[in-house]
Design a protein around this ligand. Structure first.
Ligand SMILES: [Zn+2]
Length: 98
């Protein structure tokens, strides 16, 4: 949809690219970009879990039907961490994926 400019659900051609997906905390006063993954980075001195975020989200929205596709802006920033992120390798394909 991002590359074709055509909605895969309704075939509409009026799309919006969203460069940063909005995320808010408990109160709605602070807005920040949303990330896909929480990565485990180790344990702190008191055994508490240390994490960081990765994979800033972007989106493409169809103005006709509202269908939305999410994309990670920087997928290389997400690495298997042994806890929350694991890698899955499928069979090799000769055709590009959408
Ligand atoms: Zn649509």
């Amino acid at each position: 949809m991002r590359k074709t400019g055509i909605c895969t659900k309704c075939s509409g051609n009026q799309l919006l690219h969203i460069g940063a997906v909005a995320d808010t905390g408990e109160s709605d006063t602070v807005m920040r970009p949303m990330y896909l993954a929480m990565l485990f980075t180790g344990h702190g001195f008191f055994g508490d879990e240390k994490t960081r975020r990765a994979g800033k989200l972007t989106a493409v929205v169809c103005k006709g039907c509202g269908f939305t596709e999410l994309y990670v802006l920087d997928p290389e920033s997400i690495a298997p961490d042994g806890k929350y992120v694991t890698e899955i390798s499928g069979p090799k394909s000769s055709t590009p994926h959408r």
